[in-house]
Design a protein around this ligand. Structure first.
Ligand SMILES: Cc1ncc(COP(=O)(O)O)c(C=O)c1O
Length: 389
């Protein structure tokens, strides 16, 4: 009898991928499925990125790169991020990885292990909990609250820190709620964390370009007093519509890089070199299409929030960022898990039920509005008809 490592067996499924497979299977049977489950832009990456990657595939380089990533790309990331947030960043603090996820997975490996506690948002991106758990650490959820516009209360988060806390994961703009934590609340948290020198911070800033109505995005790089224990997670997936390319970066305190490099050499040696060349073109090229993506998302967000609030029993806050709406569906009388299943099977609209993002997601649904306006309009029409029937 094979014995599976319980830390691996305990990993839960990421519902967005299960729903995507089910939606694709239904579509293959000829059903008119609209998938608002998975969170990925429906745009094509800008052409200059495709051309750079194409050239790299044809002409090389073809070999391994440094585990940390191509030096030219690391320097470019340092300039791109440092310039955006007006903070000093150098290429030797940057680590290129195959996808945004890898950075928090590594942070959990480095700070987790038996006896450690890792704080993460609930509702939040499900792999945070599982990355913490699979390291052997205890994942400890902190609440994200609808009444705080899907932000957190810094005092409440700080009150969950114990002598065993090693890492806190923060995500703003957030998946699944679209919430953006205010500058005041982030600053309160940062000031509080200054009193806990044993706690590292992982700030997942993968949606930093998707903010609307002039909302103020605050990078955790803005707190120099925490810089020697702050890790920034970002990447190309959401910003440049490159989810399938698997390309992300972390900005790490220099004293942690040796551990990250060890994990990379054990795990994957380096990130695909042609992908890195595409990533270099992305962050050194024109950004006007990225701004166009953002404007389209904002328009779709407005349309989706209006449409959701027009469904009896549904109420939806206006999310400040990312490309998700997180409507409260308690007024419909449905449990969110049942409603998600029925909407997919009967109305062919794929959404994600709220509990898959944690206990506090109960009574909510996540809808990704990174889809065409026509699909969004049709999905809203079907949802309204189904729920009000
Ligand atoms: C909050 C958050 N962080 C990280 C990721 C992972 O990004 P990537 O696809 O680059 O691994 C996602 C993807 O959905 C996300 O929502």
């Amino acid at each position: 009898m094979l014995k599976i490592n319980p830390a691996v067996a305990a990993i839960e499924e990421e519902t967005a991928f299960t729903v995507m497979d089910r939606a694709n299977a239904l579509r293959a049977q000829g059903h008119p499925v609209i998938n608002l489950g998975i969170g990925q832009p429906d745009f094509q990456p800008p052409k200059h990125i495709l051309e750079a990657a194409e050239k790299a595939v044809r002409d090389g380089p073809h070999g391994y790169t440094s585990p940390q990533g191509l030096p030219a790309l690391r320097d470019a990331v340092a300039q791109y991020v440092g310039g955006r947030f007006k903070v000093p960043v150098t290429g030797d603090e940057v680590v290129i990885v195959p996808g945004g996820k890898v950075t928090f997975y590594f942070a959990c490996q480095i700070f987790g292990g038996p006896g450690a506690e890792i704080l993460y948002p609930d509702p939040g991106f499900p792999p945070y909990r599982d990355a913490a758990r699979s390291s052997g650490a205890k994942p400890v959820p902190y609440p994200i609250r609808e009444e705080k516009d899907f932000g957190f209360d810094a005092e409440e988060v700080l009150s969950l820190i114990t002598p065993a806390t090693r890492l806190i994961i923060i995500n703003s703009p957030a998946n699944p709620t679209g919430g953006v934590v205010s500058r005041a609340e982030i600053t309160r948290l940062a000031h509080g964390l200054a009193k806990h020198p044993n706690v590292a911070v992982l700030s997942d800033e993968i949606y930093s370009h998707q903010v609307y109505d002039g909302v103020d995005f605050v990078s955790f790089l803005s707190f120099p007093e925490l810089r020697d224990r702050t890790i920034i997670l970002d990447g190309w997936s959401k910003t440049f519509a490159m989810t399938g390319w698997r390309l992300g970066f972390g900005i790490w305190p220099k004293h942690l890089i040796e551990y990250v490099k060890k994990l990379i050499t054990v795990d994957h040696s380096c990130t695909s070199v042609a992908t890195q060349m595409g990533g270099l073109a992305a962050i050194t090229g024109p950004m006007d299409e990225i701004e166009d993506f953002r404007k389209s998302f904002q328009k779709r967000r407005d349309m989706v929030v209006t449409g959701l609030n027009d469904i009896k029993g549904v109420r939806c806050r206006v999310p400040g960022g990312a490309f998700y709406a997180f409507p409260n569906i308690t007024g419909t009388g449905w449990q969110s898990r049942d409603l998600a299943r029925e909407l997919l099977d009967k109305a062919y609209v794929a959404l994600i039920f709220g509990e898959s993002f944690g206990q506090n997601g109960k009574g909510f649904m996540r809808l990704s509005y990174a889809a065409s306006e026509a699909d969004l309009a049709e999905a809203l029409k079907r949802m309204k008809a189904f729920i009000e029937a």
